[in-house]
Design a protein around this ligand. Structure first.
Ligand code: FES
Ligand SMILES: [Fe+2]
Length: 365
């Protein structure tokens, strides 16, 4: 696709123009993003509590509705985690179909067995098959990484997981990630009639907070709101008004002199990790189609007594306000009279960073 080959964002935000509107509305561009962007990125796949004990296995799907890759996460008898293809190497059935604790995995179609680290173990009726078994009969291993209980996997990583999470670990590693417990009752899914990247664009700037989020604007000190850029992530610092719920930071922490109510981390390309005094709200943005996106809000709570307050309260309202505005942008970018815009250097450095990374990935097959 020729216009993708020349897609670039000027590194100088003062000169740069935003992504052209066709990136958000062209079905072919969207199809290519699956291979060029998502396949090579890190995606959240599971809560590690699903594989808490040795022998535990759980089936997961990488980026449902877009990549749809079936994997299995297992914890072997030596307490080591594995992330494997969940496709039987015989004729392709899914091997693990539900969470459980097992001595081995057995395909229910013709009985092929695998160890919990994915090695071929046995197969009935295969006497006389040449060169069998071979390493090709093992379940392929998939690169994965862990941030507390959040498990991420990548089918073809363009960069190491450590590079994705190094900055969040350095800045927010003091938080009790290992104590966070998934709370399904506080988790939600939203269907947004817009391109996934518009949803991310909107997330990546606090510029719209005073205009779109009246409630949140009262908790946030907008003048002190800022965005920091990292190689594969951004951090927006939600500094709160006096009297509003905020983190108790360890002494010597770089933000110790600020009232931080929220750390809003975005991981390239479609994951958001919102850290609040009560815990983590993980947002997974799933592209279903060029103009349809499913957004999952997953809550992991480490301090239930601090829920529903400050910047981390009223998340559902904020989400609906964002949804409406993003859907309006989707209709606008389809206009014949709109091509692309410019950035506010003071307020849109995060959007500029995302567009730079996205344009770069989309240029390369
Ligand atoms: S497909 Fe798994 S044993 Fe045949
Ligand atoms: Fe918003």
């Amino acid at each position: 696709m020729e216009r993708l080959a020349s897609l670039a964002i000027d590194p100088d935000i003062r000169r740069a123009r935003t992504l052209p509107a066709w990136v958000y509305s062209d079905a072919e561009v969207h199809r290519l993003q699956r291979e060029r962007v998502f396949l090579k990125s890190w995606q959240w796949v599971a809560d590690a509590d699903r594989v808490k004990v040795p022998g535990a296995v759980c089936p997961v799907t990488v980026l449902e509705g877009c990549l749809d890759e079936p994997l299995v996460v297992s914890r072997d008898r030596d307490d080591v985690l594995h992330c494997l293809s969940n496709v039987c190497t015989h004729r392709g059935t899914l091997v693990c179909e539900r969470d459980g604790v097992e001595a081995f995995m057995r395909c229910r179609y013709h009985g092929r067995r695998f160890t919990l680290d994915g090695k071929f173990l046995s197969m009935p009726e295969f006497d006389g098959v040449e060169g069998f078994p071979s390493p090709a009969d093992d379940l392929p291993r998939v690169p994965f990484g862990q941030l507390g209980k959040l498990l991420f996997a990548s089918l073809r990583p363009a960069f190491p997981f450590a590079e994705l999470v190094a900055d969040v670990q350095a800045r927010c590693g003091f938080l009790p990630f290992d104590r966070a417990v998934f709370d399904a009752t506080r988790s939600r899914e939203y269907l947004v009639q817009a391109n996934w990247a518009l949803y991310c664009d909107n997330y990546l700037e606090g510029f719209h907070i005073p205009y779109v989020h009246g409630g949140l604007a009262q908790a946030i000190d907008y003048a002190n709101y800022r965005c920091e850029l990292y190689p594969w992530s951004t951090l927006q610092l939600g500094v709160t008004q006096p009297g509003v719920e905020c983190f108790t930071l360890p002494s010597g922490h770089p933000d110790a002199n600020l009232r931080v109510g929220a750390y809003y981390w975005w991981f390239y390309p479609n994951t958001m990790l919102n850290l609040y005094p009560w815990g983590v709200s993980l947002n997974v943005v799933r592209p279903l189609d060029v103009n349809r996106t499913k957004v999952s809000f997953l809550s992991f709570v480490w301090d239930g007594s601090r829920l529903d307050r400050g910047a981390g309260g009223g998340l559902d309202r904020v989400e609906r306000e964002d949804e409406v505005i993003v859907e309006s942008v989707q209709r606008g970018t389809a206009s014949r009279l709109y091509e692309r815009g410019r950035y506010s250097p003071a307020r849109e450095s995060g959007v500029h960073h995302f567009h730079t990374l996205l344009a770069r990935s989309m240029r390369h097959a």
